[in-house]
Design a protein around this ligand. Sequence first.
Ligand code: RNT
Ligand code: ZN
Length: 416
Amino acid sequence: MIEKGYKYAKELYQNIGIDIDAALEALSQIKISMHCWQGDDVQGFENIGALSGGIAATGNYPGKANNIDELMEDIDKAFSLIPGKHKINLHAMYAVTDGEKVERNKLEPKHFMKWVEFAKKRGLGLDFNPTLFSHPMAADGLTLSHPDNKIRNYWVEHCKATRKIAEYMGKELNQPCLHNIWIPDGYKDIPADRWSPRQRLKDSLDEIFSEPMDKRYVIDAVESKVFGIGVESYTVGSHEFYMNYAAKNNILCLLDNGHYHPTEKVSDKIPSMLLFADQLALHVTRPVRWDSDHVVTFNEEIVEIAKEIVRCNAIDRVLIGLDFFDASINRVAAWVIGMRNMQKALLFALLMPHEQLAKMQKDGNFTDVLALNEELKMYPFGAVWDYFCNQNGVPVREKWLDDVKIYEKNVLSKRG
Ligand code: RNT
Ligand code: ZN
């Protein structure tokens, strides 16, 4: 059946000049960074406080990971159902301290040794993030832009520590580790002074990045945001702030597609950014009415994002990571659905005759562009996807869900 579908698809795509084997080979090279924080509803294992920073995971589906071992077990399960080799995206709050309380500004590479070993053994990469929320020092909702220098410094030190950890991860795994800074800083109501907090953030970042790092191991990025819960009127780290900061300091912008006004599209930003920067990082998510971080589905914007990556010839210039957290459904399933959808979107984009479409546009044949785009949606892309899953030894179509159900019964349902 899978073979039959493959042959049928191969012929149809060949007719429009697409080599599906080349597309599958390209897809197999794309690493997606799977965010560990879907596994435990962005809790972390420090036991110091509830989720803060204007983000929220809602729902109480049973079986969430309560410790590092359970989280690792769940990540393994998820990866067994996702084709290809990828990366794990970690946060500082997932440090392994063996019960010892380690201040975030005192974190060291050794606290992530277990994760490095885990990744090494499985041939996975790691990405890393400082955690500037869910902490008493972030209780005011201000971190790197805090007017109190003691607090601001604490967070500067934290980010310096996490960059060193990222460097360690990169060196150990012999591939770049994306170190991404996101801060929750902002104000609920219209601020009296928009300048000073941004000035302080700029100073903090200058200090954090003052130590040069080998780009073979660490790639620095900054992630902007338009608003968060409780900081509806103003965010210090806005898009313009970081876009300029990144351009001037030769670091990466990370675009999270939940962090813009609803009609503003990250897909449209990709080519603009790539004209001016070597690389770009993404947090792919699904905002529903707000930055709700729903599981990524195979929707129009995801496909559009994938299309831009492919047709800008930027597969190796765009670092793709996922960022969502749904606590109302099986968390392993959430990962599998999101990861497979991102891959499907990329495959869909890889199976398009982009040159032909671009030529139609150039020649002003907009009817043809629309017609072909719509017809392409009906091509047997699902058959190519099935073949890819089978080729990579993971369940084809909805079969993976049976595995998750068994895992839920045998493992997740037994958790306290
Ligand atoms: C929050 C940002 C940020 C976080 C993670 C946990 O709005 O998107 O990326 O989701 O760092
Ligand atoms: Zn994000």
